[in-house]
Design a protein around this ligand. Sequence first.
Ligand code: ADP
Ligand code: ADP
Length: 229
Amino acid sequence: GGSIEFSNVTFGYSPEKLVLRNVSFTVPAGKTVAIVGPSGAGKSTIMRLLFRFYDVQTGAILIDGQNIKLVQQQSLRQAIGVVPQDTVLFNNTIFYNIEYAKLGASPDAVYEAARAADIHEKILSFPESYETKVGERGLRLSGGEKQRVAIARTLLKAPIIVLLDEATSALDTHTERNIQAALARVCANRTTIIVAHRLSTIIHADEILVLKEGNIVERGRHDQLVLRD
Ligand code: ADP
Ligand code: ADP
C-alpha cells in the first residue's frame, strides 16, 4: 500500500490567499515523487496537508484510495514517517538513538534499520565528540551521518509513506546523493516517498513536480526537465 492521490486540492492558510490551487497528482505505491520549486511555492504545505495538520478547502487527498479525512489521526501518523530537517540526537549511542523511535524494537530490527541507512558501522558511537572511560576520543558524527540516523529512525517505524521536507538540503551534494541513493535502495517499491527539494540534486525520483505559486507548472522525469533551481 501507500499510493497517494491529490485530487484538485485547493488550500489557503487564510481565505483571501490561496497557497495551493487545484493541485492534482498521483504517486503509485512504492514510487518516489519529488516536489521542487522556489521557497514559498507550497511544498511544505503539501506535506502538512498529507499529515492533516490542516484540512483541504476543496478537493481531496486519498491514501490507498481512501480520503484521509476518514482515516483516524493515529493510523495516519503511523502510516507516514517524517525525516526532519534538523535531527536532535541524544548523547547516547547511535543504537539507542535509533531504537528510541520505536521502544521495544528488537536489536536485530534496530541494526537492520541502521544498515539500511548505512550507519551501522557507527552503531556504538556517540553523536558528539566525547571521552570514553579509557580516555580515548570518540568520533563526532558528520551532518550526513546524523541524517542517516534520522532515516534509520524513520525506517525502524516501517511507515508506508516517508516524507522528506528538505531533509538533506543542508548537506553537500555528494553526501546528499549518497543518502538519497541509500533511501531509494531500501524503499524501492515498498515505501512511497515524497521529497521536497532543490531540482538539481534530485536524482532518485520516479517523477518530479515543479511547483510555482501553488500550481504544478511542469512534471516529468529528471532527464525530461530543464535543470534550474
Ligand atoms: P515551501 O515549502 O515551498 O517553501 P510553504 O508551503 O512553506 O512553501 O509556503 C507556501 C506559502 O504559504 C507561502 O506564501 C508561505 O508564506 C505561506 N505559509 C506557510 N505556512 C504558513 C502558515 N502557517 N500561516 C500562513 N501562511 C503560511
Ligand atoms: P510519531 O509516531 O511519534 O507521531 P511521526 O513520524 O508520525 O512520529 O511524526 C513526528 C512528528 O513530526 C509529528 O508529530 C509532527 O510534529 C512532525 N511532522 C509531521 N509532519 C511534518 C511536516 N510535514 N513538517 C514538519 N513536521 C512534521
